[in-house]
Design a protein around this ligand. Structure first.
Ligand SMILES: Nc1ncnc2c1ncn2[C@@H]1O[C@H](COP(=O)(O)OP(=O)(O)O)[C@@H](O)[C@H]1O
Ligand SMILES: [Mg+2]
Length: 222
């Protein structure tokens, strides 16, 4: 489903080019969950931004579902992302002036799905994450764990081909984080969602089908 080949990315820091990703290779099958560990600053978030087309590699290629993404224009990437890829961030990134329900509906509206249909599906997803009774709450009225569950429902409503998660429990206390991640694993397994999970937590990573450590700009299979 996913082929990453010889991916390279460097950033300019004080006149110097620092090679963050030196040569990344990765193959992921449909429905597979890949855990990615690595120290702070090792390039995990950079890798996910390349996977989602929010940033572009210096060289190498990422193929998703047979599409060679380096050949996409920025506009084509935007459409491709909307249809195929969802992201869950550490900081939830809910839209503050929209209710939980409206946040979850958003990706479908971007794809042009009719409001009634989007609402029905969003309510179902909110049910899946145990938040039907919070549908009309605004983000400021939700706890961290609830916010991340809304973000998960929003990520899954399009049944994405690829789910990217960047330390999704990083902002939560241990107990809440564990509950949210149990739900995360249950739901992605149920939906057979191909998932890249970046985490600091080795125990969480070990619940994935395969685990890599990003170190010195390369993946090391654990
Ligand atoms: N847009 C950018 N410009 C310059 N340097 C960047 C940029 N984004 C990330 N970096 C640098 O790349 C390195 C990897 O960052 P990041 O991918 O966020 O690491 P991680 O998510 O593993 O903690 C860091 O040294 C960071 O400072
Ligand atoms: Mg990061």
């Amino acid at each position: 489903m996913i082929q990453v080949e010889n991916l390279k990315k460097s950033f300019k820091q004080n006149e110097n080019d620092i090679d963050i990703l030196k040569n990344l290779n990765l193959q992921v099958k449909k429905g597979e969950k890949v855990g990615i560990l690595g120290q702070s600053g090792s390039g995990k978030s950079t890798f996910l931004s390349l996977m989602s087309g929010l940033d572009f590699p210096d060289s190498g290629d990422i193929r998703i579902n047979g599409v060679s993404t380096t050949k996409l224009s920025e506009k084509e990437w935007t459409q491709f992302r909307a249809k195929n890829i969802s992201i869950v961030f550490q900081q939830y990134h809910l839209v503050g002036h929209l209710t939980a329900l409206e946040n979850v509906m958003l990706p479908l509206e971007i794809l042009g799905v009719k409001e009634k249909q989007a609402e029905e599906k969003a309510l179902t997803l909110l049910g899946e994450v145990g938040l039907k009774d919070r549908a009309h709450h605004f983000p400021y009225q939700l706890s961290g764990g609830e916010s991340q569950r809304v973000a998960m429902a929003r990520a899954l409503i399009t049944t994405p081909n690829l789910l990217l998660a960047d330390e999704p429990s990083g902002n939560l206390d241990q107990e809440t984080g564990l509950k949210v991640m149990n739900l995360f694993f249950d739901i992605t397994t149920k939906f057979n969602t191909t998932t890249l999970l970046v985490t600091h937590n080795e125990q969480l990573a070990s619940r994935c089908d395969v685990v890599y450590r990003l170190s010195q700009g390369r993946f090391e299979k654990l």
